[in-house]
Design a protein around this ligand. Structure first.
Ligand code: FRU
Length: 436
């Protein structure tokens, strides 16, 4: 076994996504591959680009309707600001804000774009990136919105939150509040890499939930293994059960993704989400991949399913896999140990004929998976990445359903574009009705 640096051993107490696991990834396996999307897909709202999307839910993860409305949140950018072009789409991160949509049916054809959620100017940094929206427990209509507050210069990425009220009547949904934004925690350089250690550090996408085992509130987030970028030793723990004579591939050490977790210390009933205890990562991908984004969790049949999205372009060394959603399962609750789903970690990837057609898959507790359309190759195109022929998405893909069967997952259904399902109805009190 190779020597492991002291920083590395101090923080890698969680489970590993190993090089051997990633060797088992197979693109185009029909049980783990998104359907090829029709080039003539419909667009929900052609005034905005829409990408990372999350539904209004409760703290346990259940999607809820509010007064008969489905409510979804998404990163959006105004096409008038970016330009309604290929370049405009690719520059969207620099114009990103959280928008919302509502629908009576949950079908993509019915979504109405409602506009901005966080009051303009309340987020003190340049952009709003991904997070989640949670109905406050025991409240009629309070929503805690967790997101990533991202700054351009100096470069910062800080999980943050803001609170407001969801309102609805027979004609639609709107919000009040969301005018004060508060930081949750920052990359500490001890449990998670900070910008000093890694100029490409990732620290974002808070996903808040109440853990059924200890009833505590936790945040999952995207992070990186602490330590200087590229200065990691890839040893037998990171290699996993590789065939004989397998050597450490060149460049593998640039993959240092980590699925982060922190425990809430402040009083959530008072709406205080400002104090957290940083804990070591649940899963690290040292030697395999540099990004595990938007981590989220599903509890089913006594098992804990941890999902995260990742890119083809962020695999390192000889590891490779499609853009899509990857996952891990634990029989012992949120802290693991975790095994990669399907042996490899791959849960749903893009087909090789359309390698960038979808991204940012989110698995709900019933197995419905939402994602957005990124770039869709023209049918028969010789080069699926040719920007002169691919069609830009900026809208939701068909929802698919996966079945979680122990350590395996299966794609079983394809639903409509932007279709969503709710597992609950938020109980609105009579007190709230009087206020409205
Ligand atoms: C995933 C992601 C998130 C980030 C957002 C920025 O698609 O990269 O990690 O918050 O998109 O657009």
């Amino acid at each position: 076994m190779n020597a492991v640096s002291s920083t590395q051993s101090a923080i890698q107490s969680g489970s590993r996504w190993t090089i051997a696991d990633a060797m088992k990834i197979h693109t185009d396996d029909p049980t783990t591959t998104m359907p090829v999307i029709d080039y003539a897909f419909p667009v929900i709202d052609s005034d905005v680009w829409q990408w990372d999307t999350w539904l209004l839910r409760d703290i346990h993860g259940k999607t809820v309707t509010f007064k008969g409305w489905y409510v979804m949140f998404a990163l959006v950018a105004d096409r008038s600001a970016t330009g309604d072009t290929v370049d405009g789409w690719h520059s969207r991160n620099n114009y990103s804000y959280i928008g919302y949509y509502y629908s009576r049916t949950g079908n993509g054809a019915d979504w109405q774009f409602g506009g901005r959620v966080i009051k303009e100017g309340a987020n003190s940094r340049s952009w709003e990136w991904s997070g989640c929206a949670v109905m406050r427990e025991n409240s009629a209509n309070t929503v805690d919105l967790f997101y990533t507050s991202v700054n351009d210069s100096p470069s910062e990425s800080v999980p943050s939150y803001t609170t407001g009220q969801v309102m609805a009547d027979a004609t639609g949904v709107w919000f009040e509040g969301f005018d004060v934004c508060t930081d949750m925690f920052q990359a500490d350089g001890v449990n998670y890499a900070n910008i000093v250690e890694d100029a490409y550090w990732d620290f974002r996408d808070p996903h808040i939930f109440r853990n059924p085992d200890d009833n505590e509130i936790y945040a999952l987030f995207e992070g990186n293994v602490p330590g200087m970028r590229g200065d990691f030793t890839i040893g037998s723990d990171e290699m996993g059960l590789v065939p004989p004579a397998t050597t450490v591939p060149a460049g593998a050490q640039y993959g240092a993704a980590a699925i982060g977790i922190a425990r809430l210390k402040s009083d959530s009933t008072k709406g205080d989400f400002s104090q957290w205890e940083m804990l070591p990562a649940l899963v690290t991908a040292l030697g395999v991949n540099d990004q595990t984004e938007r981590p989220h969790v599903v509890f089913q049949d006594g098992l804990t399913y941890l999902f995260t999205i990742s890119h083809h372009s962020t695999f390192t060394g000889n590891s490779t896999g499609p853009d899509g959603v990857y996952g891990f399962v634990s029989r012992n609750g949120i802290f693991g140990p975790y095994a990669p789903l399907n042996g490899s970690g791959l849960v749903l990837g893009n087909p090789s004929s359309a390698p960038y057609e979808t991204y940012s898959h989110f698995v709900d507790p019933a197995g419905y998976v939402q994602s957005f359309i990124d770039t869709l190759p023209e049918p028969g195109s010789a080069d699926p990445q040719d920007p002169t022929t691919y069609r830009i998405g900026g809208t939701l893909a068909p929802t698919v359903k996966i079945v979680l069967d122990g350590e395996r997952t299966f794609l079983t259904e394809v639903h409509a574009y932007g279709q969503v399902y709710a597992q609950g109805v938020w109980p609105t009190s009579s007190a709230w009705d009087k206020r409205s």
